[in-house]
Structures are given as C-alpha cells and as structure tokens.
Design a protein around this ligand. Sequence first.
Ligand SMILES: Nc1ncnc2c1ncn2[C@@H]1O[C@H](COP(=O)(O)OP(=O)(O)OP(=O)(O)O)[C@@H](O)[C@H]1O
Length: 295
Amino acid sequence: MLVLEKITRRFGDRLALDDVSLSVPDGRMVGFVGANGAGKTTTMRIALGVLAADSGTVTFRGRVPDLATRRRFGYMPEERGLYPKGRLLEQLVFLARLHGVDRGAAAKRGQDLLSRLGLGDRAQDKLESLSLGNQQRVQVAASLVHDPELLVLDEPFSGLDPLAVDAMADLLRERVAAGVGVLFSSHQLDLVDRLCDELVILHGGRVVAAGEPQELRRQRGGSRYRLVTDADPDWLRDVPGVRVVERRSDGIVLELLQGGDLDQRVLAEALRRGPVRSFAPLLPTLSELFQEVSR
Ligand SMILES: Nc1ncnc2c1ncn2[C@@H]1O[C@H](COP(=O)(O)OP(=O)(O)OP(=O)(O)O)[C@@H](O)[C@H]1O
C-alpha cells in the first residue's frame, strides 16, 4: 500500500497541497479527480519522489521508499517522457533496462504491450509518426514495461478513443488483479466511475471526499427517488412532503422532504393508482457528487 500522510506543499505564496492524506492499497484501482489546479499532479509527483513535500510523509508497504523501491514504481507523468524521434520498441526496451530488466525480457514485454495496445506492427516506427492518441498508448506502455509494483498515472486516458480506453482499462485491471495498486487521475468522471475501486476527490489542495464511489454516493444521496409508473403521476404534486423535481423520459424524479415511512406511503399510493414498474432511491452521479464537494 502507498500511503501519503498530511502532505503539504507550497509554491511561493500558493498553498498547492494542504494536509493531503490518501492511500493506494495493493490490488486496488484508485481514481483521482479534481478541477484544473486542484493539486493532482503535485500529489502524484510527491508520491513518486520527483518533488519534495514541505511536510508530511510518503510510505510504500510501511517504509519510506528508497531508490531501489522507486525503480519498481511505474509513472506516467503529465509532461509525458518519451523521445519523439525514438522508435517505439527501442524506447520501451531502454526504459525497462533503466529499471533493471534484462534485454531479452524487456524486448518481449515491450512487444507484448504494444500488441495489446494495438500497435504491434508499429514497433519500429518513430513515436512522432503516430497519431496523438497512439502516442498516448505508448506512454502508458512505457509506465508498464518493467512490470511495476505500483502505478501512478497522470491522465492516462486523455485523448484515447473508446476502444483504446477499453484496451488500457483491461491492461490495468490485469495488473490490479496481480496485486498492483494503481492511482490514476482523470477528468472523465464516467470513466473513473466505471473503473475505480476507490475514489479521491481533491479540491483546492484538500481531499474533500474519499472512499468507494457507491458508498460516497449513498452517503450523499438519500432523499431522491425515481418512480416509473403507467399511471398519470399528477397526483404526486399534492402529496405533502413530496417535491416533484423533474419528469424525465425514464421516470419521474421526486424529492421526499420528510423521512419516516413517506417512501412507503408514496409507493402504496402509486400502486393504488396503477402499475409501478420501478421505485427506488436515486443516487447522485459521480459528476453531481463532484460538483457538490467542489463548491
Ligand atoms: N512548479 C510549480 N511552480 C509554481 N506553481 C506550481 C508548480 N506546480 C504546480 N503549481 C501550482 O500548484 C497548484 C496545483 O497544480 P497541479 O498541477 O498539481 O494541479 P492539477 O490538479 O494536476 O491540475 P490539472 O487538472 O490542470 O492538471 C496550481 O495552482 C499550480 O499553479
């Protein structure tokens, strides 16, 4: 497990990170979200030891990571790191060698990764001859080529088409199943929602929400319900304690302004008036949750 505890970092007068604590357990995929400038990249750089914190600690499996441990991390930096004029496989082999992998294993793994990402026949091409999305795939391959024990990926999915997203997600899920912890940042909230086991939301350099997405939603949901009925739902407007939020093509959204058994009473009345196809609490989407905690 990677653990960041009470990390603070200033750039001049600007407090970029304010008491940030988060953890990335082995075998878990942790999504890292926050508005532009929230501090995600700074946090990742500190986690990797590329940047120093002003205060706070970083540990991996209970210890402050030394150079040898950090060589077993995989990092995809925001500024990307590959050489535009270098050939794909050559660069991957070079990077793996830097991390202590022998040449034969590096070549095999590099070729495998390129194939998995749909670039198997481009291994001898120069990076700059690829489209931006394909260059992005190679950047991810570069972070994986030495079979790291921890992955820290700064926006690995940006600019990828849906097929590449799926290929990448499969690849990462495989690593997670093998026990690797993954921390990845993204602005694509639907994707984060689909992929992550845990979520950390950063706002203005502070962690404003952390946990399993479903659990976070449940905590903040509560009073909204969606009713799907064949009957005319106009009667709901006159029920005390019920506010009709909106009528959507997939049902009517209600807010129950009182607790107790109001939900049961609404359901009973709805059933009395006609067939009810569905009646269930409506949890906020990740995007709604994000907006709520980022205000
Ligand atoms: N080297 C630096 N010098 C000065 N300020 C910096 C430096 N690096 C980051 N900052 C500031 O720290 C804050 C956090 O930036 P950071 O890049 O970590 O945010 P981010 O969440 O990754 O944003 P984005 O989603 O736009 O990539 C910002 O206000 C940024 O301007």
